[in-house]
Ligand binder design. Structure first.
Ligand code: CP
Length: 304
């Protein structure tokens, strides 16, 4: 039985294979409409979500399966003090596969060690968000014709942004990737990523504070919101939240074929006037998240 805790749980070949399956589902959804007949997905979300939970549910429903779950810890017996380990033992009797989001780093890993069904990490604290990474990779693969030979700007909250952490881990395995890390001093990437992942793998990267300085070189601009829920005090969050605002004027500095990705939700870091720019692909990216999650469910259930 296979779980998904990190994008590193899959080899590059397995990721390529998964993306091929997602492409097949996207181009011929009817072929897979009954692939999960009789199967049940549990979504155990101890933290808020729109895209991840609903795209997982949409993915299972589009495969002919059914869904159950809870959308916040207070509506589950976690509010009475039940442990994640006990909850997953119970959910294992009610469902065939589980997607779990939790504010505590490592909680889905603990669940996977006690689970009788595949567990997918749907985001754990500021740590990892592997299915967002699958979505990001699939979007880049689809819209750039492959992954590699790209200069990728990661902008915003690189300290707490789990999507950034997972994406860096996944991308260092592809050829000729250069990172430009764009953040204020206080929101730089954690040192373990800088030293143990980027430097250890000899990946070229620069760290800058001004988005305008980086923009002309980028093939991909990955914007992130400042993670309000991870700050210890409101004052620090308010100081940081308006640090980057991508608007039409800044976009004049960008390449014609640069792609703008964002895991969403956005707060104010991308002005709505950018949404109509053909380079803005974040809504397309969220849609692609359904196809790659369909592919993942099929793989983990060993159906395809
Ligand atoms: N991208 C993402 O994880 O969005 P949600 O928090 O809405 O699931």
């Amino acid at each position: 039985m296979q779980h998904l805790m990190s994008p590193m749980d899959m080899t590059v070949d397995e990721l390529e294979d998964l993306m091929r399956l997602a492409e097949s589902i996207e181009s011929d959804p009817a072929k897979y409409a009954h692939a999960c007949d009789g199967r049940i997905l549990a979504t155990c979300f101890y933290e808020p979500s729109t895209r991840t939970r609903l795209s997982f549910e949409s993915a299972m429903l589009r495969l002919g399966g059914q869904v159950l779950g809870f959308a916040d810890a207070d509506s589950s017996s976690a509010a009475k003090g039940e442990s994640v380990s006990d909850t997953i033992r119970i959910v294992s009797s009610y469902a065939d596969i589980c997607a779990m989001r939790h504010p505590k780093e490592g909680a889905p890993l603990v669940a996977s060690s006690r689970s009788l069904i595949p567990v997918i990490n749907a985001g754990d604290g500021g740590h990892e968000h592997p299915t967002q990474t699958l979505t990001d990779l699939y979007t880049i693969h689809s819209l750039k014709g492959g992954i590699g030979h790209l200069t990728i700007g990661l902008c915003g909250d690189l300290k707490f942004g789990r999507t950034v952490h997972s994406l860096i881990n996944a991308l260092v395995r592809y050829p000729d990737i250069t990172f430009v890390l764009i953040s204020p001093e206080e929101l730089k990437i954690p040192s373990y990523l800088r030293e143990d992942v980027l430097m250890a793998n000899h990946i070229p990267f620069t760290e800058v504070e001004k988005l305008e300085d980086a923009m002309p070189d980028l093939d991909i601009l990955y914007m992130t919101r400042v993670q309000k829920e991870r700050f210890f005090n409101e004052e620090d969050y308010l100081r940081m939240k308006g640090f980057y605002i991508l608007d039409k004027e800044k976009l004049t500095l960008a390449k014609e074929d640069m792609l703008i990705l964002h895991p969403l939700p956005r707060v104010n870091e991308i002005s709505v006037e950018v949404d109509d720019d053909p380079r803005a692909v974040y809504f397309k990216q969220a849609k692609k998240g359904v196809f790659i999650r369909q592919a993942l469910i099929l793989r983990l259930l060993e159906i395809a």
